[in-house]
Design a binder for this molecule. Structure first.
Ligand SMILES: [Zn+2]
Length: 251
């Protein structure tokens, strides 16, 4: 393990930075004598190894032995948790590790989408008749995430105040991706719900049949765990299906 790091360190000093495409932050770190530029602590242990944590850009901690062989390395100061890229010029896209612990479904609710009606006229006939027809409704699997109602240990969290901009962006992106994959949602895709309906009408009757369309929303929370072990719940709702209630009156 240390041998591999020595190799990594060796390439650091040999290359001098530029040809390897080191980031400005990493060059600054090297030229300052391995000082974290946020808390100014020297990140070198007694044996001369870089004393930092290493992550890939998606926030996963990576083994020291692999650091020398990859280019998506992010360093973290073990003291102040400041992070910076080893290569490239931009800062890490996901500075902190955020994981989705679970998706908890709570209740369901209904939203009325509209009422369709059909008239079945059997008033000129003496006998009972059965009419068949198809009803259909176009809808889309939409979702909404209530970031403003995010709870930390049962207390409401003001995302804007408690967390830096980049963290909020990370939470929003992760929430959206999580819901889209869990509920197979593809943006802008229309679904069509179709059902065959059969209505019986007696002789000398004229019926008015109503179809009350409803969209069913599944409510729940996405449970996140932050790298500092804080857990928080982000509430969401997803439109999972469409259905209807059928009723009728005599005309
Ligand atoms: Zn630091």
């Amino acid at each position: 393990m240390f041998d591999d790091l020595l190799k990594a360190m060796g390439s650091v000093s040999a290359a001098g930075g530029s040809i390897y495409g080191y980031s400005e932050e990493y060059k600054k770190f090297l030229s300052s004598g391995y000082k974290c530029f946020k808390c100014n602590k020297t990140l070198l242990n007694r044996l001369g190894f870089i004393n930092a944590k290493f992550y890939s850009k998606d926030g996963t901690e990576i083994a020291l032995a692999t650091v020398g062989f990859r280019r998506d390395v992010v360093l973290e100061c073990p003291d102040c948790n400041h992070r910076w890229n080893m290569y490239g010029k931009s800062n890490p896209i996901r500075p902190n590790k955020l994981e989705v612990v679970s998706i908890i479904e709570t209740h369901r609710s209904e939203e009325i989408l509209g009422i369709d009606q059909r008239i079945i006229d059997n008033s000129k006939s003496t006998s009972k008749t059965t009419r068949k027809f198809t009803v259909s409704k176009e809808w889309s699997k939409s979702y909404s995430i209530q970031y403003e109602n995010t709870q930390v240990n049962g207390t409401e969290l003001n995302l804007g105040v408690k967390l830096p901009e980049i963290e909020i962006a990370n939470i929003k992106l992760t929430s959206q991706e999580t819901l889209k994959s869990q509920y197979s949602i593809s943006e802008g895709k229309k679904e069509t719900y179709t059902e065959e309906v059969q209505v019986e009408v007696s002789g000398y009757k004229k019926l008015k049949v109503f179809f009350t369309w409803k969209r069913i929303w599944q409510h729940g929370v996405i449970k996140f765990r932050h790298q500092d072990n804080t857990e928080f719940d982000v509430p969401f709702q997803v439109a999972v299906e469409v259905t209807f209630d059928q009723s009728q009156i005599d005309e």
